[in-house]
Design a protein around this ligand. Structure first.
Ligand code: ZN
Length: 133
């Protein structure tokens, strides 16, 4: 894996969280994007070589809404950049990690992504991602 590409943080609403993170990080949110298949809005901030991705649910039954209901706002996942997501998924599967999807799916920010179930990673939801060229 190459680097921590971003950290995903679940928030209740962008109207409050975006200005707060702009102030915290001293940088403007450079992109917001809806991922309709996941019922989520995303907002991105650059921090050096990495990013912060805020996640806001668009649906009371969505993954992020359910996460916040159970655990409250906070870190939702850590994403690592990989050069070849297909090879990396094979490697992880062979090593016994539980992948949440069989094929890479299209994520926000022009990425192919795959999630690894937190039960196989000490309770942390891990995303691997590769830029679509
Ligand atoms: Zn992410």
């Amino acid at each position: 894996m190459q680097k921590v590409e971003h950290i995903g943080i679940a928030v209740k609403n962008f109207a409050e969280a975006i200005p707060l993170y702009e102030q915290l990080l001293q940088t403007n949110c450079y992109k917001t994007e809806a991922v309709q298949t996941e019922n989520v809005n995303t907002a991105f901030f650059k921090v050096g070589d990495s990013k912060i991705e805020l996640l806001e649910s668009t649906d009371a039954e969505g993954t992020i809404a359910r996460f916040i209901e159970k655990k409250g706002e906070g870190i939702h996942h850590i994403a690592f950049e990989v050069n070849n997501i297909y090879a990396e998924m094979e490697r992880l599967k062979a090593a016994g990690f539980v992948l949440l999807n069989e094929q890479p799916k299209k994520g926000a920010d022009n990425k192919l992504i795959c999630f690894i179930h937190p039960k196989s990673t000490n309770g942390v939801l891990i995303e691997i991602c590769q830029e679509i060229i």
